[in-house]
Design a binder for this molecule. Structure first.
Ligand code: CTP
Length: 405
């Protein structure tokens, strides 16, 4: 199952690029992995270097490119054993029939094969070759051997080949490889086995069949947090009010409209280890929603009787199935840290993420400036984060959650 492709922050990927026309796709792969925050270091085999240059690999990875086992300078800077182990995943793309055969045999006659023999890290291979080479029993037996030893494979696609033939052997599209890498880290992520609930977006409270009380929350921050949690391996339920933001893939999404529905959906999703309340819940709803569209009558104004909505965060934080970590958000136009500390205590949450929404900042924007308050039980600390994208806020928050749990 494809989870998401957003969980690669600080992941160290050692990319081995072997020979084959598909080597050019590894340049795009480097970009896509880095866009998602991965640190990519590359080994270019002599076969790979027939198709792309160390210069382009180095420029895109912004890292030194390793090519030669017997380079004295390389060995002095980073020995091949350290190169093999100083990463979270060894990714071989494209994996030629030749490198798979050498890996299956345990040969160590160049840097790439030596690293494959010396590494104690997980290895993933994305084969690409001519269909006859792929179908050859020798290749298939080598792959079976490698699979038996725990090496992961992203299977080649069927299609027209650069050599003019048609069949199985095409390198899968780059997004598919990124998703496979992403899934690998999600399944092995720090929050695997943890359940998380995230509320996101606004709620709409009906006045009549065509009108409602609501707010301009876009759901961007909440959705990004849900995606980052899933990326770290958590089993995530996203309870979302009406938003345009597409739901992240691989996440259980419950769509609601009103605060009362959000409360019900949240309670139904318990128990959980983590609950993050990013939703901008309407504090009040009309005491009664009119069954028919309210007509204008006379020149006078009308008044709308409102009743208070349930406080979802407070209900969960003080309830029977309280998650181990409860995180609230506070969108304020003029509150200081002291007010935020009071809100944290009043709501009963462990952490409170304060964002300044004065002047239309934050709502609907791509980035955010937050201060994160944490209740240690003894005191409440406040940490102001630099201005960053909502994705980065999500990633950092999730990495701090993983540390805290
Ligand atoms: N929240 C909630 N249910 C509500 C209102 C708020 O779960 N009915 C959650 C929000 O998702 C957020 C936190 O409570 O995580 C703080 O929201 P905020 O609107 O700042 O809190 P209020 O209690 O409404 O405080 P204020 O009176 O300052 O608006």
């Amino acid at each position: 199952m494809t989870v998401i492709a957003q969980n690669l922050v600080h992941r160290r990927i050692l990319l081995i690029i072997s020979g084959g026309i598909a080597a050019y796709k590894s340049l795009d792969l480097i970009r896509r992995l880095r866009e998602r925050g991965a640190d990519v270091r590359c080994i270019l085999t002599s076969g790979g270097a027939q198709f792309i240059t160390p210069l382009s690999v180095g420029a895109l990875s912004e890292n030194k490119v390793y090519t030669n086992l017997f380079s004295l300078t390389d060995e002095q800077e980073m020995g091949h054993i350290r190169l093999a182990r100083d990463c979270d995943l060894v990714l071989v793309t494209p994996a030629s029939a030749n490198i798979m055969a050498r890996a299956a045999q345990g040969l160590a006659d160049d840097l790439a094969s030596t690293v494959l023999l010396a590494t104690d890290k997980p290895v993933m291979m994305c084969p690409a070759m001519n269909p006859a080479m792929w179908a050859n029993a020798a290749t298939q037996e080598n792959i079976a051997t490698l699979k038996r030893r725990g090496i992961r494979f992203v299977e080649p696609a069927v299609g027209d080949m650069a050599c003019g033939e048609h069949g199985t052997g095409r390198l899968p599209d780059v997004p598919e490889i990124v998703a496979a890498v992403s899934d690998f880290f999600a399944v092995n992520g720090p929050l695997r086995g943890r359940r998380a609930i995230v509320t996101s977006g606004p709620t709409h409270e009906s006045i009549d069949p065509v009108r409602f009380i609501g707010n301009i929350s876009s759901g961007r921050q909440g959705h990004a947090i849900a995606a980052a949690l899933a990326g770290a391996g958590a089993d995530v339920t996203l309870i979302s009010g009406p938003v345009q933001e597409p739901p992240p893939a691989g996440i259980h999404v419950v769509r609601i409209t009103t605060a009362q529905q959000m409360l019900e959906a949240t309670l139904k999703s318990l128990p959980a280890d983590i609950a993050i309340f990013t939703a901008a819940v309407a504090d009040y709803r009309p005491a009664e929603a009119a069954a028919h569209k309210i007509k204008k009558s006379g020149d006078d104004g009308i008044s709308l009787a409102l009743v208070q909505n349930p406080d979802i965060l407070r209900t969960v934080a003080t309830g029977n199935h309280r998650p181990a970590l409860v995180v609230g958000f506070a969108a304020e136009t003029d509150a200081g840290i002291e007010d935020a500390k009071k809100k944290l205590a009043r709501k009963g949450c462990d952490w409170l993420v304060l964002n300044d929404v004065a002047g239309g900042k934050v709502f609907g924007q791509a980035d955010n400036t937050v201060t994160v308050l944490k209740n240690s039980g003894k005191d409440i600390s406040a940490d102001s984060w630099p201005h960053m994208s909502k994705q980065d806020v999500a990633r950092r928050l999730v990495s701090e959650i993983a540390e805290a749990l």
